[in-house]
Each structure stands twice: as structure tokens, then as C-alpha cells.
Design a protein around this ligand. Sequence first.
Ligand SMILES: NC(=O)c1ccc[n+]([C@@H]2O[C@H](COP(=O)([O-])OP(=O)(O)OC[C@H]3O[C@@H](n4cnc5c(N)ncnc54)[C@H](OP(=O)(O)O)[C@@H]3O)[C@@H](O)[C@H]2O)c1
Length: 245
Amino acid sequence: MIRQVWPEPRDLSGHDLEELYRYPAGPRWLAVNFVSSTDGAIAVEGRSGALSTPADRIVYRLGNDLADVVLVGAGTAMAEGFEGMRPDAATADRRRRFGLAPIAPVAVVTTGRSLPADAPVITKAAVPTLVFTSAAAPLALREAWASNGARVFVVGAAEVPAEGVVSTLVAEGLGRIDCEGGPRLFGSLIEAGVVDEFRLTVAPFLVAGTAGRAAAGPVVEPASLELASVLTDGASVLLRYLAPR
Ligand SMILES: NC(=O)c1ccc[n+]([C@@H]2O[C@H](COP(=O)([O-])OP(=O)(O)OC[C@H]3O[C@@H](n4cnc5c(N)ncnc54)[C@H](OP(=O)(O)O)[C@@H]3O)[C@@H](O)[C@H]2O)c1
């Protein structure tokens, strides 16, 4: 049982969780999801799986079930073995009830260095993966992504500006954005000022190691977030923070 401890203490049904984690109406809502060990690591041996907990899996799933698109950096797509979304019956039902397309596409950000033409996120996806890149990515690679089934968007000259990625997703009608990392992508989204919500699971592990934290990139002026909810199943703590509007 997942219980809300803030703002008002209460037990949460599946319906309550959907209402808490649904994306607000509007042209854009970008929610970033991370799980962290209690000592601040976001990966163990290069992957986040060891940090996953039952409560985290519930909110992680709500994040992508209720989104138009799942946004990741190339590092995460490769490290985590993304292969596109494969809705089971419960997800299909949830997406139907919320008026969403049957399958959320994955969008991957890359300058071309870390996303091979035959990346499973492209070749194994059930619906075309969106690749956001720059004109600096070799033309042959861009053509190979496309011929392997991806939709390729060139949104920058050398870098891939995060605001260009997000505005293109919104223009494509994919404004409910579930960003599943990783740190470099999250850092660029923070720098661009396009994060609406940060969803952080604090998982009950101490792991030490050298893994970094959720966001990496240039330091930005600290912006105060507004605490939206604190949930727990008695083991993990599930935080939702909103960016100032
Ligand atoms: N605990 C969690 O919840 C969680 C979530 C996600 C990831 N992770 C972990 O994070 C690690 C991966 O870290 P990471 O920093 O490599 O992740 P990442 O941000 O997913 O990937 C970095 C790569 O993505 C591309 N990229 C990201 N933002 C970009 C931008 N604005 N413009 C252009 N390209 C951009 C670049 O690819 P190119 O090199 O191709 O240019 C960059 O090298 C893995 O260990 C993974 O397990 C943990």
C-alpha cells in the first residue's frame, strides 16, 4: 500500500495514484523521473535496475503509461537497453481511459556519438522512435537511423538545444513528456528552463560507488521548487516537486 504523508496523510488507491501522477492539461508538461539510493547514487555498475523498488516501479510505470512520449538521452537508451514501449493489457486500458495513443514513442537525444544506427531503441521499437540530433551528426548516420525506422529531427547546428527538442515534441502533439534521464539530458533541460516537475524516488539502499547524481551540466541559479507530494510504502520515499511557473 502506498500512502501519502504530505500534504494530507491518506492511503492511496490505484485511482488516487493516477490522479496524482496524471499530466496536467496544457500544451506542455515535462516530468523528469529518477530513482536514487539514499546515499545519492543513480546507478549501480552503470544501470539503475539495482535501485528499483516495488513503489518505484509503480510510479515509473504511471509516468510512462500517462505520457505522450518517453524522452531519454542516448547514454540512458543504450545503458538501460531501451527497446521502445510494449504496453501490456493494463497499460493499454489505462492509455485508452486517458485518451492517449496506444503506444508512447521514445524520443532520444544524441549528437551522434552514442547512438549507433542499429540501436535497439530504434530497431526493436513498435512505433517509430524519434531521434533528436544536430547537423553535426554525420549525414550517413542520420540516413541510417531513418532507414532503420526512426523519425530524425535536426534541431541544432552542433549541440542539440534542449528547448528545441521540447518545442518540437509539443509541435508534434507530444506535450506530455516523461523524461527518464539520464543526468546529462536532465542537466540540459534544467539549463534550458523547461522542467515542469521532478519525480524522485529515494530507494532504501546505501551503495557507495562512483555513480553520479540525477543532473549534470553547467551550474544554474538555484530555483526553489514547490513540494507537491510525499508518498511512501514504508520503504521507498516518492517525492514530487514542481518548478515555479
Ligand atoms: N537512476 C535513474 O533513475 C537513472 C535514470 C536514467 C539514467 N540513469 C543512469 O545514467 C547513466 C547514463 O548517464 P548519461 O549522463 O550518459 O545519460 P544521458 O543523459 O541519457 O546520455 C548522455 C548522452 O545523451 C546525449 N545527450 C543528452 N543530452 C543531450 C543534449 N542536450 N544534447 C545533445 N546530446 C545529449 C549525448 O549523446 P551523444 O554522445 O550521442 O551526443 C550524451 O552523451 C546510466 O548509468 C544510467 O543507468 C539512471
